[in-house]
Design a protein around this ligand. Structure first.
Ligand code: K7E
Ligand code: CUA
Length: 763
């Protein structure tokens, strides 16, 4: 510890006196590097399109599903640099997600039948929209395996809510938002009885098994889903797949695919042909066309039935009220994607080489005219494909998903079997370009490419297999997100990015300037509820109380100490520790853990968190800050003392340190010297236009905050010195130096920033 602090001090001195080495460019030329690394002109061009120099930022921020990890991965485009993993359905230790009480409550929202489900099969992220445009406020993502939906607030990139679908047993076609995020759409996948814990044999599949679509009501003011005002539509057991909401002229409608309208039930173990044969036997499946606006009105008018306490509009009612229609769609479709102008929908049939472009106008005309070719076995009117089609285009093998460009009529469709992306014109129905990807692409994504206002520029291919692309890491390979430049006529492959965290089915990307995340919380905030935390205290108010066998700490964290530094308990006590991070400075997060009790918190500036556990083992348990927050981070520590029942102290004083007057004087000199460095740095900073740099202003504020804490300490150490108590005199003087170190650290960081960013002298 001492050595560490000393080294810091000499580093500070060196930097303060301008002795630090300056960077020098290597003498190697670009040609030399190309030769040495065997790079082509094309490689260099690609690199220059993706490279984001140090200190610069990406133009777009992407939110990728973390697949089986139950998390969300955030990365920048075009650099493809990973920025964050967000814990969603799965505990995430770094963020204390699932290890502090606030986040445990969020995860508990995802319990099913009282059971913890600590993983998720995340599929489709969706950014909240206003008038069909990404607004950057919220992110939603679904869990296919355990039908759930999560809400993430993009002010702090934290998961705030998980809701469980009350009637499905699995779901795939979520999350898709309506044009003003009135609802978040979530369609079932594998049909099952809607009533919970109800058994029906597979022989009653057609009668008792059902699919459906849930419309989760989003309360934007609260930033939460309102479960009571959410509702579902009962649908046939057709294995509903992806969905999309209408926009512009088609706003108020939603569209959901299905892939097993055969209603086939497998049984390979009994010698029956498997599902894959039975579910793809017929030439067409059904696109479901739903008037959700009218459905919501019908629910409000009391026309829904309660199933598991949830409003379900039954098929019978939907048919009678004319809000549910089917249209045949080519063999085993996967994605349905509404065009930016809301006039058409593109459906890709996995087992067909065509994509089908349906016209919303034509669909509406057929409905208006009552022109249906038939009814399905449940009585749902079926619109003839030819009456709804705008065009069909042969793109290649295994078309799956479609995204749009900023250029009118230009779309991109993934071709799973061909391992290609097809660029095509959906108005004229012609192919414009193709590019190979590596390998077997699932979804693809263009910048804001499923909104009314796509930004073009880049496309990301989400490839299911990476095979030979990366350094081998065993039989389980990462997936490959490939960045493609789409700003020109010909697509250009730029970059391979391994995704090492589950299968990221889908990703959405938003212009970075639309995101406005905060850097700190209002002091004492419970970040998971956005409300003041009852466990918060300010500096000087820290307290530990005991009631019966309950010990509750209300403490604080600030560079570089935890208050309190000792917590005393008896075996069997219930311990509750509330901690408030008093920092205001950007990025000054403190972590907190207690040895062996499986608790951890990430306490960002202003946040208050609560940790709870039972001190069930007698012993001594160090606790400490887990984020390297400052030069004295390692010293940010304390002890939980768990005493045996009825334990009596025999020794009542702590061991004394041995300090001499000479040591005290040396410490005082160190304080004086360090102050001189601080003064010289301050002189430099105030000699330039530092006020033009908001980041520097924040650092300077923080530096003076730290220095401000030395107030009264000089009097204190001098008083102890007068009494010749060299230990206390020395240590209080040392404490001044601790604050000075933090001040100097910030000051030097500010100075470096100013020097590197061309600060100018001011008079
Ligand atoms: Cu993998 Cu959208 Cu679940 Cu297609 S999904 S590939
Ligand atoms: Cu606080 Cu390390």
């Amino acid at each position: 510890m001492k050595i560490h602090a000393m080294r810091t001090a000499s580093l500070l001195l060196a930097a303060g006196l301008g002795l630090a080495a300056t960077a020098s460019w290597s003498s190697e030329s670009l040609q030399d590097v190309m030769k040495r690394r065997n790079l082509s002109q094309q490689d260099l061009l690609a690199a220059s399109k993706t490279y984001v120099p140090t200190g610069k930022r990406d133009e777009f921020v992407a939110f990728s599903s973390g697949g089986q990890s139950g998390q969300v991965i955030v990365y920048g485009v075009p650099s493809m640099r990973i920025l964050k993993y967000i814990g969603v359905f799965t505990p995430e230790p770094w963020q204390g997600y699932g290890y502090d009480e606030e986040s445990k409550k969020v995860l508990a929202g995802g319990k099913i039948d009282g059971k913890d489900i600590t993983w998720g099969d995340t599929h489709h992220p969706a950014i909240s929209e206003t008038q069909g445009k990404y607004d950057g406020q919220y992110l939603f993502i679904n869990d296919k395996a355990n039908p759930r939906l999560a809400v993430i607030d993009l002010r702090d990139f934290e998961t705030k809510q998980i809701v469980v679908n009350p009637i499905f047993k699995s779901e795939h076609g979520g999350a898709f938002v309506t044009a003003n995020t009135e609802y978040i759409i979530e369609a079932a996948q594998y049909a099952a009885p809607l009533e919970n814990k109800k058994f029906y044999p597979l022989e009653e599949f057609n009668e008792k098994y059902r699919g459906g679509v849930t419309y989760w009501k989003f309360d934007r003011k609260e930033g939460r889903i309102n479960e009571k005002e959410s509702f579902s539509l009962e649908l046939p057991p057709y294995s509903q797949d992806l969905s999309d909401a209408g926009k512009g002229p088609s706003d108020g409608w939603s569209f959901t695919n299905s892939f097993c309208s055969e209603r086939y039930v497998g049984g390979i173990e009994k010698g029956r042909p498997p599902y894959e044969a039975g579910c793809s036997a017929k030439d067409t499946d059904y696109l479901h066309v739903i008037n959700w606006k009218k459905a919501a009105q019908l629910v409000a008018a009391g026309k829904a039935r309660k199933i598991n306490g949830h409003n379900v509009l039954m098929m019978e009612t939907a048919i009678k009220e004319g809000i549910l229609f089917l249209i045949p769609e080519p063999k085993s479709p996967h994605g349905v994607d509404v065009t930016p102008d809301g006039k058409m929908l593109v459906v890709a049939g996995k087992l067909d080489t065509h994509v089908s472009v349906y016209s919303f106008d034509k669909i509406m005309a057929a409905i208006k005219a009552g022109k249906f070719e038939s009814k399905d076995p449940y009585g749902i009117p079926v619109i003839a494909m030819k009456d709804a089609l705008h065009t069909q285009v042969a793109l290649g093998l295994g078309p799956l998903h479609t995204q749009y460009d900023s250029k009118p009529c230009v779309a991109y469709t993934s071709l799973y079997v061909d391992s290609q992306v097809a660029k095509w014109n959906y108005c004229e129905g012609k192919v414009l370009d193709k590019i190979s990807v590596h390998y077997n692409i699932g979804h693809l994504m263009t910048m804001e490419g499923d909104s009314v206002d796509p930004k073009g520029r880049y496309l990301v291919a989400l490839n299911k297999l990476s095979i030979d692309r990366f350094n081998p890491v065993g039989p389980l390979h990462p997936q490959n997100h490939q960045l493609i430049d789409i700003s020109n006529d010909k697509m250009q492959l730029l970059y391979d990015m391994p995704i090492p965290l589950g299968e990221p089915h889908y990703v959405v990307a938003i212009s970075a300037d639309k995101l406005k995340p905060g850097v700190r919380y209002k002091v004492g905030t419970n970040s998971r509820t956005d409300k003041p935390h009852p466990g918060m205290v300010r500096a000087g108010e820290e307290v530990t109380t005991r009631k019966g066998n309950k010990v509750e700490v209300k403490g604080t964290l600030i560079r570089s100490h935890i208050t309190p530094e000792t917590i005393e308990a008896e075996v069997g006590d219930e311990i509750t520790i509330n901690l408030t991070n008093l920092e205001r400075a950007q990025d000054e997060t403190h972590g907190f853990t207690v040895s062996t009790y499986n608790v951890h918190a990430s306490v960002e500036p202003g946040k208050t968190v609560q940790l709870k556990f039972k001190a069930d083992k007698e012993g001594v348990y160090p606790y400490y800050c887990t984020e390297f927050c400052s030069a004295l981070h390692l010293e940010m520590q304390g002890y939980l003392l768990v005493k045996p029942k009825g334990w009596k102290a025999t020794k009542t004083t702590l061991a004394k340190g041995t300090y001499t007057e000479a040591e005290y004087k040396a410490t005082v000199k160190k304080v004086v010297d360090t102050q001189a460095i601080i003064d010289s740095v301050v002189a430099y900073i105030t000699s330039v236009n530092y006020k033009d740099f908001p980041d520097v202003v924040a650092m300077v504020d923080d530096a003076f905050d730290q220095l401000g804490k030395t107030k009264g300490l000089k009097e204190k150490h001098e008083a102890f010195a007068a009494k010749q108590d060299w230990e206390n005199a020395n240590l209080w003087a040392e404490q001044i130096w601790q604050y000075q170190v933090k001040t100097a650290d910030l000051g030097l960081r500010a100075k470096t920033y100013l020097e590197q960013n061309g600060a100018k002298k001011v008079k």
